[in-house]
Design a protein around this ligand. Structure first.
Ligand SMILES: Nc1ncnc2c1ncn2[C@@H]1O[C@H](COP(=O)(O)OP(=O)(O)OP(=O)(O)O)[C@@H](O)[C@H]1O
Ligand SMILES: [Mg+2]
Length: 317
């Protein structure tokens, strides 16, 4: 760990009093900032946020590595990266000590790479229990990869097990997606406690970082109440941008495309592009240009449509 990470301080998991901890280490020194997307609650938008934000950041010029740390592999398939046979994955990096470079894949988006996962990773929780320094397996691999990227984003599984602890030890900060629904804050004190324990014992540089509200439905009063509650608790750590619940966002994974590729004109794409701008600003990420992110997304879609039309014309002849 570097002295600037230590100086950035740790999380203040102070329970009910609200969260006003430091933002965590930020980049700008030629080494990636590592952000874990975590919430042990299932289905709150961790993967959608990691994939969509990663895509928008890369389209804006940042060099991004997305690490799929969930055996479900939704982030990998959402970026059209599939593992077949004995191709290397997150499992090999964590359990077998394979260097990250040996398993990273490029995606269809320039500047966005992914370390894909597979179901095999489910066994890692058990296999790692026997291993030396079992909580640091991912951190070792991630630290070696820092010089090659501006950002390393880790999509965590919905638990606080050994895989997620590995992410917390590897990360500089968390980004916690919170779904705008009843019981939204349930489980967050447990999450904050775990972060506090990791910060005290394993990674003094870890901080909560930021939270983002997801699946906001403007038609319900409850959603607005949740937004207010989260803002009261987390203050400025909650991003201004709130992600709306939209059909297009739920459809994008089945086309194996992030929303900014699938439908760059949609409300969901716009929300994640705005989130990318806010996130980049908070991290002091100089390689990201918000205007470029929007332009690249639009140009990519236009090229895809033109190619489809050309293909259709060839078919007619
Ligand atoms: N803003 C949104 N609008 C509509 N659907 C959404 C939105 N965000 C996510 N979804 C959908 O909700 C489901 C859960 O989202 P996602 O997979 O991102 O959550 P998760 O926290 O990663 O889940 P898990 O805990 O299983 O890893 C998915 O089907 C996803 O497509
Ligand atoms: Mg997920």
């Amino acid at each position: 760990m570097t002295s600037d990470q230590v100086a950035a301080g740790g999380a203040d998991a102070s329970g009910d009093a609200g969260y006003a901890g430091p933002p965590g280490r930020v980049g700008g020194d030629g080494r990636a900032t590592v952000v874990a997307f975590a919430n042990q609650k299932g289905g709150v938008g961790k993967t959608t946020t990691t994939v969509s934000l990663g895509a928008a950041l890369a389209q804006g010029g940042a060099r991004v590595l997305l690490i799929d740390l969930d055996p479900q592999g939704n982030a990998s398939t959402g970026l059209d990266v599939r593992i077949s046979g004995d191709e290397p994955s997150t499992y090999d990096v964590i359990v077998e000590g394979l260097p990250i470079d040996g398993a990273v894949r490029e995606t269809a988006i320039d500047g966005l790479s992914v370390l894909p996962s597979s179901l095999e990773l489910a066994g890692a929780e058990v296999e790692l229990v026997q291993a030396m320094a079992r909580e640091r397996a991912l951190a070792r691999a991630v630290d070696a990869a820092r010089p090659a990227y501006d950002l390393i984003l880790i999509d965590c599984p919905p638990s606080l097990g050994l895989l997620t602890i590995n992410a917390f030890v590897a990360a500089d900060q968390l980004l916690v997606p919170i779904q705008c629904e009843y019981y939204a804050l349930e489980g967050l004190s447990q999450l904050l406690r775990t972060v506090g324990l990791v910060e005290q014992n394993l990674n003094a540089g870890l901080a909560i970082g930021n939270v983002v509200l997801t699946m906001f439905d403007a038609r319900t009063r409850l959603a607005q109440q949740v937004v207010d509650e989260v803002r009261t608790f987390f203050g400025e750590r909650a991003f201004e941008t709130v992600i709306p619940r939209t059909v297009r966002l739920s459809e994008a994974p089945s086309y194996a495309q992030p929303i900014t590729v699938f439908d760059p004109d949609s409300k969901g794409a716009d929300a994640y592009q705005r989130l990318a701008a806010e996130f980049a600003q908070r991290l002091g990420l100089r390689t990201f240009d918000a205007k470029r992110a929007v332009e690249v997304a639009a140009a990519t879609k236009a090229a895809e449509i033109a190619a489809q039309q050309a293909e259709a014309q060839r078919g007619e002849r």
